[in-house]
Design a protein around this ligand. Structure first.
Ligand code: DOR
Ligand code: ZN
Length: 344
């Protein structure tokens, strides 16, 4: 039996680092084990929309890294939010400021998407996407649509024709379907060209809808896209552990203060950063595929983004521990539960 595993430092291709005091609270976890993290742009009060915003947010993150007592080599990868009014000029400026990708939140589907994209078919958004393609920025998509008479559990499936349309229209743009949560979406990504990949979160590998609403409402499991059926979760586990380079880690670690989760209209997001490699090791071990974890967490993402692999490594040891109930006012994934692997 393997009691210790060593992994190349991770690439977490989907992180909500937030801003202000929450940023300082959550960033050290990711920086501890990841060499890079994609910094999602749905921050508030200042969203990341322009080159100036990118510079500001990158500085915020760098300052938070500088304040950390233990210095790790960690590089934030910057993004901007693509809205209906994002122009090719804004893309050029964001790219020069260091943005590697643009993130699309369709209107109203998740946290801070109140000004999300309304129209995927407009000529102006096509021009914006062409500008991204031409400079080599990736298009990251929250793949859900909020349509009338569409249940929250069907929003990802309803988005898939839009993904197909984009993949066909922009065969030379790299597209990432973020936090894929259904069997049909995994199958679509497999069938599309090499320009399309998907991230998978640790919590979607663990949860079904039952864990959100099936045994009392569990607000700390509430996220978008909602965890789905057993068959969907099984498909995600197979995809993550399959060694297929189209599927890589993007944790969507999404911290919200406890009182914003435990209330009448709780915020969506699961805070996995404090337990990410530990939970992944458990999932991969359970399927007998621990040897595939490093490709999923530290290789395929870098390759898809066209980045060199990280230097340095982390080790996990098999030793039971109990996850803290609350960290800095935020309840982490698996709070109060036993985990089998620890970071050494
Ligand atoms: O659950 C989620 N939380 N899904 C998202 O897409 C956004 C995230 C957040 O920012 O809290
Ligand atoms: Zn997210």
């Amino acid at each position: 039996m393997n009691d210790r595993i060593t992994l190349r430092r991770l690439d977490d291709m989907h992180c909500h680092f937030r801003a202000g005091s929450l940023l300082k609270e959550v960033l050290p976890f990711t920086a501890q084990y990841a060499g890079r993290g994609i910094a999602m742009p749905n921050t508030r009060p200042r969203a990341i929309l322009t080159g100036k915003d990118v510079v500001w947010y990158q500085d915020e993150i760098r300052r938070a890294l500088d304040e950390m007592p233990h210095r790790h080599s960690f590089e934030p990868l910057m993004t901007i939010e693509i809205r209906d009014n994002t122009t090719p000029q804004m893309i050029a400026e964001a790219y020069h400021a260091g943005a590697v990708a643009g993130k699309v939140y369709p209107l109203g589907v998740t946290t801070n998407s109140d000004e999300g994209l309304r129209n995927f078919e407009s000529e102006s958004i096509a021009e914006t996407f062409r500008a991204m393609r031409d400079v080599g920025m990736l298009l990251l998509i929250h793949g859900e649509l909020d349509r009338e008479r569409t249940l929250v559990t069907k929003r990802e499936e309803v988005f898939l024709p839009t993904l197909l349309m984009l993949a066909e229209k922009f065969p030379n743009m790299k597209i990432v379907l973020e936090h894929v949560s259904t069997r049909v979406a995994v199958e679509s990504v497999r069938q599309l060209g090499q320009n399309v990949a998907a991230t998978i979160t640790a919590h979607h590998l663990c949860l079904t809808l039952n864990d959100v609403v099936g045994y009392g409402i569990q607000p700390h499991h509430g996220c978008m896209p909602m965890p789905k059926d057993f068959d969907d979760r099984d498909t995600l586990i197979v995809a993550a552990t399959s060694g297929e380079p189209k599927f890589f880690l993007g944790s969507d670690t999404a911290p919200h203060p406890r009182e914003k989760k435990e209330c009448a209209k709780g915020a969506c997001g699961v805070y996995t950063a404090p337990v990410l490699p530990q939970v992944l090791a458990e999932v991969f071990e359970k399927t007998g595929k621990l040897d595939r974890l490093e490709d999923f967490s530290s290789r395929f993402g870098a390759e898809f983004y066209g980045l060199p692999l990280n230097d340095g490594s982390i080790s996990l040891i098999k030793s039971e521990w109990v996850v803290t109930e609350q960290i800095g006012g935020v309840v982490p994934f698996r709070a109060g539960a036993k985990l089998q692997w620890q970071l050494s």
